[in-house]
Write a protein that binds this ligand. Structure first.
Ligand code: FAD
Length: 476
């Protein structure tokens, strides 16, 4: 079938207005960090699951590959087409309905293109909390969150997106619809297909809807900001907070002085507290089921004990919700401040919490020795053992040339150090295209073999986001 006939078929399925082939398509073809720009055969915007299935069948019959896309905020270059002009971008953004809320079962069923912030708002309007929260929540979609198993700031208490999901609806590579939208918390009837699709980055099928868990709203949420003298002190403070606050501890973020200095420099209106006093600051959140007074008393007890132990040198507790939002906003502005400063390399590694101080000391020293002048923007979700150990190019000089010369070496130094400390090279953003070449160095051949077998079984013609997660497979 010539391309023009396929395009006509696609227009017949979703309507001509939703098959985009010309004009400015950069919102679909360029990744969030502007590291890659592709050229699609078309951008197709289906309105419902049946249309998704029909689009997949039409493309599968011609072995045309599909790149599923939600909000296109992913950071691993997984949601944009390649340069060949042969791939169809399948945008789920029009599928954004809330299908059902079941208050007694504590579940909400939404379509994949629902923006995360709208999902949070729908849950809140029904009197519940949907806890997944990340800085891209105004534009990322729940389908993308599931496909990347996104983490964010509340994982410590509620888990990553995988833990928040009870069921999925998926269109497979053959264009069949699997309705696995169960709201069951227990189901032992064979292989867990849901968990296979979560985190698969669009390489096994297209998520069209999901049933997600809801939680009771906490009675109060309190935020504190503390200056800590070392990463070891931050880890000690985390242990104490877990002991004293129990399940109330919903956030524990760490930020190094350089990352906060960039927020202070590029967003001075935010007034970063305590950053000049200390090499590290920590942001803690306590969600209390009793009352604000109870939460304040708990925080005071914790901070007093930490000050006495020398794990905290100074601290502020937000007086009200507006102040709490400002503190979170400072933390979430680090990526923006970092891009204002210039080009950088992002890492989203995880290491057992107990080994983080040793990891940071080792890699800081190694990079200073091997690649002099690099500046380290180190921050992240310490409670989950997840650090964004980012590397900013040296001040002055040509940043682009520097990256061309040093990026691969820096990645290898960081990832090798992660491996020595038994960590993972990706805790949040996934593999996408960015880390495909590196993955075989850090994943066991047995695990990779099983992953390739799953991919071949579910997507034998390799039409689902080929070249992401696993290296492209030649199909006869
Ligand atoms: P996209 O970017 O559109 O896609 C991401 C991947 O999922 C691609 O491989 C795509 O093919 C696939 N995909 C998308 N939709 C579907 C679908 N319906 N079915 C199958 N596959 C699909 N991540 C974290 O984990 N924690 C953070 O704290 C965090 N903070 C961020 C902050 C900022 C400012 C930004 C820009 C990103 C951040 N991210 C974070 C990255 C995160 O992965 C994405 O924000 C989000 O999860 C991706 O959702 P999306 O809808 O934009 O997906």
């Amino acid at each position: 079938m010539p391309t023009s006939v396929l395009l006509e078929t696609l227009r017949g399925i979703v309507g001509p207005a939703h098959v985009l082939t010309e004009g400015d398509l950069s919102a679909y073809t360029r990744d969030w960090r502007k590291r890659a720009e592709g050229c699609p055969l078309a951008v197709v915007r289906p309105a419902n699951t049946e249309q998704v299935a029909a689009v997949v069948r039409a493309c599968a019959s011609q072995r045309v590959s599909l790149v599923p896309q939600g909000g296109n905020t992913g950071l691993a270059v997984g949601s944009v087409p390649d340069e060949t002009g042969t791939q169809v971008v399948l945008s789920l953004r029009r599928m954004d309905a809330v299908r059902a809320i079941d208050p007694a079962n504590l579940t909400i069923t939404v379509e994949a293109g629902c923006i995360l912030q709208n999902l949070q708002a729908a849950a809140e309007a029904a009197g519940f909390l949907f806890p997944l929260s990340l800085a891209a929540e105004g534009s990322c979609t729940i389908g993308g969150n599931l496909a990347t198993n996104a983490g964010g700031t509340q994982v410590l208490r509620y888990g990553a997106t995988r833990e928040l999901c009870l069921g999925l609806e998926v269109v497979n590579a053959q264009g069949e619809v699997w309705n696995g939208l169960t709201g069951l918390r227990k189901d032992n009837t064979g292989y867990d297909l849901r968990d296979l699709f979560i985190g698969s980055e669009g390489t096994l099928g297209i998520i069209t809807a999901a049933t997600m868990k809801l939680y009771p709203m906490p009675a109060a949420r309190l935020t504190a900001w503390a200056a800590v003298p070392s990463m070891q002190a931050a880890v000690d403070l985390l242990g104490l907070a877990q002991k004293q606050l129990g399940a109330g501890l919903t956030g524990f973020e760490v930020m190094n002085q350089f990352s906060l200095s960039l927020v202070d420099k590029h967003l001075p209106q935010l007034r970063v507290p305590l950053w000049q006093e200390s090499p590290w600051c920590v942001l803690l959140e306590d969600s209390d089921q009793e009352s604000e007074e109870h939460a304040r008393a708990q925080f005071e007890r914790l901070l007093e004990a930490a000050l006495e132990a020398g794990w905290v040198t100074d601290a502020v507790v937000a007086e009200n919700l507006a102040q709490a939002h400002t503190l979170w906003h400072i933390r979430e502005s680090i990526p923006l401040a970092q891009s204002e400063e210039g080009l950088n390399i992002k890492h989203d590694v995880s290491i057992p919490v107990s080994r983080i101080p040793a990891f940071v000391a080792e890699i800081d020293e190694l990079l200073a020795r091997e690649i002099p002048g690099v500046r380290l923007v180190d921050f992240g979700h310490l409670g989950d053992g997840n650090l964004h150990y980012n590397v900013q190019t040296p001040e002055g000089g040509n940043a682009r040339e520097f990256l061309l010369e040093n990026e691969d070496r820096i990645n290898t130094l960081v990832f090798d150090c992660v491996a020595r400390h038994e960590g993972s090279i990706s805790a949040e953003h996934g593999i996408g295209s960015l880390k495909v070449a590196k993955l075989p160095n850090y994943k066991s051949p047995v695990a990779l073999g099983m992953m390739r077998a799953i991919k071949s079984a579910l997507d034998p013609d390799s039409i689902m986001n080929p070249g992401r997660v696993l290296e492209p497979r030649r199909v006869a």
